[in-house]
Write a protein that binds this ligand. Structure first.
Ligand code: ATP
Ligand code: MG
Length: 432
């Protein structure tokens, strides 16, 4: 059965990918597979980024060798994955190259729960057509250094177009998260979105809710920390994806949400300086337009019992806003403190006016940092002193959530200090 078109093979002289830019480990893996009698291709985002002259985040390899055969070739490897077994090959310095056997279907395109006996190993063509986007479906091989293109990915890279592979409706129904991947790559690369793909994104955005909450959350944090959060914001607003992820957005007007790209633009600026903001800060920024409009945040009481009640209502309302993102209770508490303290910090016209009592509060450095982020987004000076007690990780990647660090002790301690009840109101500043 071969209903697939012939691929376009782009010779070395007609594409910009040079071996010099390919990770040494990935090249080693490819050569060893070839010497073992197997095929070996660089695939996915690695080929895309090299073609565009960007530095790939990771170099993934596909081969016709089966996982067991791959393991035999690489002693320093292990197998991961339940449905599709991948082999991770380890190199010095915690460096990992992932090797997968060519597949006939994406794990999300399969109906069955259990891995079928014949697995779903496939041909090169099948592996191309199970991928999400044409620009992610290219192969680079090391025999003749050609690029192999089954889906028109090279043309789309040249034209700057993000296009789903295959029938866009079918592919999004099979795996709705692909609509987030469409938006991510368009935002990150500054590409336009093919009209049929865009229509399908609009038509199927509600199906995102069929995906596990934790997958939606992880995908969203990837976008927020990827360096193009501002452009991402424009696209998730325009496509209505944000209305699905954070339900309160569905009732907001364009005017209410106009500054979200600027708010997240601050995140992008800090990311360039290797500052990765913790989860609760990113979520508080996303929720700010909603809190301003739906909770009337900027006119919220800033003192006494009313302030305490306001923050309690805000905390309760957050549950509905974050119900599709599997956010922990502790993070919701932290978001509440950031948002609820904003009208208080804003209520003083200058730093000199901040009462000593307020400055001494344990939450004050965070509240102040958040205020500075928001001020910067509104045209204020660049936020300089950023101090968030949850670790603000530094380093290029920023993919993993800072929450994944063990910090149980400090969390417990913080809750005791911050408890609004203990402080006699959210801000501990009683009237009079
Ligand atoms: P990044 O630079 O963010 O790593 P990437 O394109 O490499 O971008 P990955 O999540 O690492 O993204 O996925 C690797 C490859 O796997 C993709 O390039 C794509 O070909 C394929 N892929 C990933 N997710 C899906 C999906 N949901 N459906 C089909 N193919 C997918
Ligand atoms: Mg990748």
């Amino acid at each position: 059965m071969n209903e697939f078109p012939e691929p376009e093979i782009i010779p070395r002289a007609f594409h910009p990918i040079s071996r010099e830019n390919i990770d040494r480990g990935a090249l080693k893996v490819m050569y060893r597979l070839r010497d073992g009698g197997f095929s070996a291709y660089l695939v996915g985002g690695g080929v895309r980024d090299l073609y565009l002259g960007r530095t790939p985040k990771d170099f993934d390899i596909s081969t016709d060798a089966r996982p067991g055969e791959i393991r035999k070739l690489f002693r320093n490897s292990r197998t991961i994955g339940r449905r599709f077994r991948l082999v991770q090959v380890f190199f010095r310095g915690n460096h990992i190259v992932e090797v997968s056997t060519l597949r006939s279907a994406s794990e999300y395109d399969l109906d069955d729960e259990v891995l079928p006996a014949n697995n779903t190993f496939g041909t090169l063509a099948e592996d191309a057509f199970r991928r999400d986007l044409t620009i992610n479906a290219l192969f680079y091989e090391i025999e003749n250094f050609t690029v192999i293109d089954y889906t028109g990915g090279v043309r789309d890279l040249r034209d700057g177009v993000v296009r789903l592979v295959g029938d866009p409706d079918r592919r999004l129904i099979r795996d709705p998260v692909r609509s987030m991947r469409v938006v991510r790559h368009a935002a990150r690369l500054g590409f336009s979105i093919d009209p049929a793909t865009w229509e399908a994104v609009l038509a199927h955005r509600d199906k995102l809710l069929l995906c596990p909450d934790s997958r939606l959350r992880d995908e969203m944090f990837k976008d927020l920390r990827g360096g193009s959060a501002s452009e991402w914001a424009r696209l998730v607003l325009r496509s209505g994806i944000l209305d699905v992820l954070v339900p309160g957005y569905a009732v907001l007007s364009d005017a209410d949400t106009r500054d979200l790209p600027d708010l997240l633009g601050v995140v992008d600026r800090l990311r360039k300086k290797d500052v990765t903001l913790p989860d609760h800060v990113l979520l508080a920024l996303i929720l700010l337009p909603w809190a301003r409009r739906s909770m009337d945040l900027y006119r919220a009481p800033v003192r006494g019992q009313e302030a305490f009640l306001f923050s309690r209502n805000l905390r309760a309302a957050l549950d509905a806003q974050l119900c599709h993102l599997n956010i922990s209770r502790a993070i919701k508490e932290e978001i509440t403190v950031l948002l609820a303290s904003l009208p208080m910090v804003r209520s003083f016209s200058s730093e000199k006016d901040w009462p000593r009592k307020l400055r001494r509060k344990s939450y004050f450095p965070e509240a102040l940092s958040f205020f500075h982020l928001v001020e910067e987004a509104c045209g204020g000076p660049p936020a300089r002193e950023i101090s968030f007690r949850s670790p603000v990780r530094t380093g290029a990647g920023g993919e993993r959530s800072p929450r994944s660090r063990p910090r149980r002790r400090s969390r417990g301690r913080r809750r005791a200090v911050d408890s609004p009840r203990k402080q006699g109101g959210i801000f501990g500043l009683k009237e009079g």
